[in-house]
Ligand binder design. Structure first.
Ligand SMILES: [Ca+2]
Length: 153
């Protein structure tokens, strides 16, 4: 199963289906949105607070209070993808954080962004993006700021 470019293995889909079934107590092919967090927990995934609500809303657009299997599998794949992206960004950050200060220099960040940006992105655009994310204007960006920049969250 493919979710937004992330390939979920058959075994993973199987586990997710089993967990879904476990929470679908009345066998109505749906689980309560309140069970999304605990269901993810059984799959060893963490989703909390506002994000949990946002994600439930994403697949329960009519606010029924329930999530069907299709929606659940979508969120499951999305979460796996998010966690993978997080790991990849952690690794990229670690490489750029040469002096292990927990922050990366905006000059290094600018270099990285110019490599991954598309052709229409100008140097000014990149400067703007970095200025926006380096909220304290320290000339360095910590992981949280970096993550926001790379995921536009
Ligand atoms: Ca900063």
């Amino acid at each position: 199963m493919n979710v937004e470019g992330y390939e979920v293995t058959d075994d993973q889909v199987k586990s997710a289906k089993e967990v879904f079934k476990h929470f679908d107590k009345k066998g109505q092919e749906r689980i309560s949105t309140n069970d999304l967090g605990p269901a993810f927990g059984e799959l060893k995934l963490q989703l909390k607070g506002d994000k949990l609500k946002d994600w439930a809303d994403m697949v329960d657009s009519e606010a029924t209070g329930f999530i069907d299997l299709e929606g659940f599998l979508y969120l499951y794949g999305k979460k796996l993808k998010d966690d993978q992206d997080y790991k990849d960004l952690k690794e990229a950050f670690r490489v750029l954080d040469k002096n292990k200060t927990g922050e990366i220099d905006t000059a290094d960040l600018k270099w990285l962004m110019s490599k991954i940006a598309d052709k229409d992105t100008t140097e000014d655009d990149i400067d703007d993006m970095i200025r926006e994310v380096d909220t304290d204007g320290s000339g360095a960006v910590d992981f949280e700021e970096f993550y926001k920049l790379m995921t536009s969250e």
